[in-house]
Design a protein around this ligand. Structure first.
Ligand code: XMP
Length: 397
């Protein structure tokens, strides 16, 4: 049973939006995700064609996504007025040379709002509608998350900086409540049940600098992981890519891992990967080491260790080495020294404030990893992320 009176919420919000906007025109950036779609539909019901929906093609969408999303939003029953903006060059340029995740997010955010500001001026829109939800606001205030669409909460005055006022019709809702509203509004399941996708898209899942090459490999790997994991219905599932390169992890880490797994130390390798990744330590967002464990059989093939032992191992590692924000398990690799690492991630979560790791079965993990190696020629190792949130974040950035 839901704690939200959905029809009353919808009616109340449509009225509130109508009152706030009056005869003004408004703009919304739609992505095909449930948050922006619900916000667009509510606003469209309130002010009709005074709402302009833009889909910004920033180059960080998944394969085929721009066309699919435009078709879904423009077709009945939604019939939203959607315009696609090809801004791929602008975004790639804005992120060029940046390798720090926070700097990339900031550059993305600035470009995103500058693009919207340009449209708002050209079209005379005095308002920007945003699909910010409750977790975004809470986590940004708490310092756990840097969400792309939070402005006022981080001290940016949108009117002064971009020339529009912001309204956020679903900021009081949690994700599962947004989905309830979406179903009530007859939003197609491709949107109402779609897994979350971050505003800056695949740019956050390219760890380190976003290059065309890494992005291409990530798009291919993402399609494989989505295909392979969809049937398991995790709350969120995706791939991330990082530059290859690693150094041996501390000897005690390897020993702790072996003890937790009930294995001989010689059967295990443990690495610290060269690039760091986000986590939550003491309730704050931070960067930490990524520890990768490789357990192989006599033939040198990665082995299935079972989630219970793997969780014991992860806890042993992270309680002894709090600087480690992620623990990964090798699923498949090839004997090349040079290339990228791909990390597969799948989590279970209701509100995305916390999350547990999905117990995807070994044959599915292995088949996906092998397919990634065969479709992404520059990827040399594929891992599965064993870390819940906290101490990791849901995204891998
Ligand atoms: P984290 O990684 O912060 O993610 O644990 C929690 C949830 O939020 C999504 N996420 C975002 N969504 N814009 C969004 O619209 C963003 O900038 C953003 N960053 C993270 C993430 O995919 C997960 O569902």
């Amino acid at each position: 049973m839901s704690d939200l009176d959905v029809p009353a919420f919808v009616e109340g919000q449509i009225e509130a939006i109508r009152e706030a906007l009056g005869a003004e025109k408004a703009l919304i950036a739609v992505s095909g995700g449930v948050d922006s779609t619900v916000s667009a539909v509510l606003t469209h019901k309130a002010i009709g064609d005074n709402l302009l929906c833009v889909f910004i093609d920033d180059n960080f969408m998944r394969l085929g996504e721009p066309d699919m999303v435009k078709a879904m939003l423009s077709a009945p029953p939604l019939g939203l007025p959607v315009r696609v903006l090809d801004e791929r060059g602008r975004f790639m340029e804005a992120l060029e040379g940046l390798d720090d995740a926070e700097e990339k997010r900031k550059a993305f955010r600035d470009t995103f709002y500058q693009t919207l500001s340009d449209v708002a001026w050209a079209e005379g829109c005095g308002f920007l509608v945003q699909g910010t939800i409750r977790a975004d606001v809470e986590e940004t205030k708490g310092g756990i998350k840097t969400q792309h669409n939070i402005l006022e909460q981080i001290g940016i005055d949108p009117v002064e900086r971009f020339g529009f006022k912001v309204i956020e019709p679903i900021a009081s809702l949690y994700k599962y409540q947004v989905r309830e509203v979406a179903r009530f509004l007859s939003i197609p399941p491709e949107a109402s049940e779609r897994q979350p996708f971050p505003g800056p898209g695949l740019s956050v899942r390219v760890v380190g600098e976003v290059t065309a090459d890494k992005l291409d490999q990530l798009k291919a790997a993402t399609a494989v992981v989505e295909d392979a994991f969809r049937k398991e219905r995790p709350s969120q599932y995706f791939a991330a890519i990082m530059g290859g390169g690693s150094t041996e992890a501390p000897k005690i880490l390897r020993r702790e891992a072996a003890i937790a797994l009930g294995m001989e130390q010689q059967q295990l390798l443990a690495w610290y990967l060269s690039e760091k990744a986000t986590g939550v330590i003491d309730g704050k967002r931070t960067y930490g080491f990524v520890a990768a464990v490789e357990a192989k059989d006599a033939m040198g093939r990665p082995v299935n260790l079972g989630y219970e032992s793997l969780e014991k191992m992860r806890v042993a590692i992270q309680s002894n080495f709090p600087e480690v924000t992620r623990v990964l398990q090798l699923i498949a690799g090839r004997e090349d020294d040079e290339g990228y690492f791909v990390v597969m991630r799948a989590v279970e979560s209701e509100d995305f404030l916390t999350a547990t790791v999905s117990s995807i079965q070994w044959p599915i993990l292995e088949a996906a990893a092998k397919k990634i190696l065969s479709t992404c020629p520059k990827v040399i190792k594929v891992y599965y992320d064993l870390t819940p949130k906290p101490p990791a974040t849901v995204e891998f950035e």
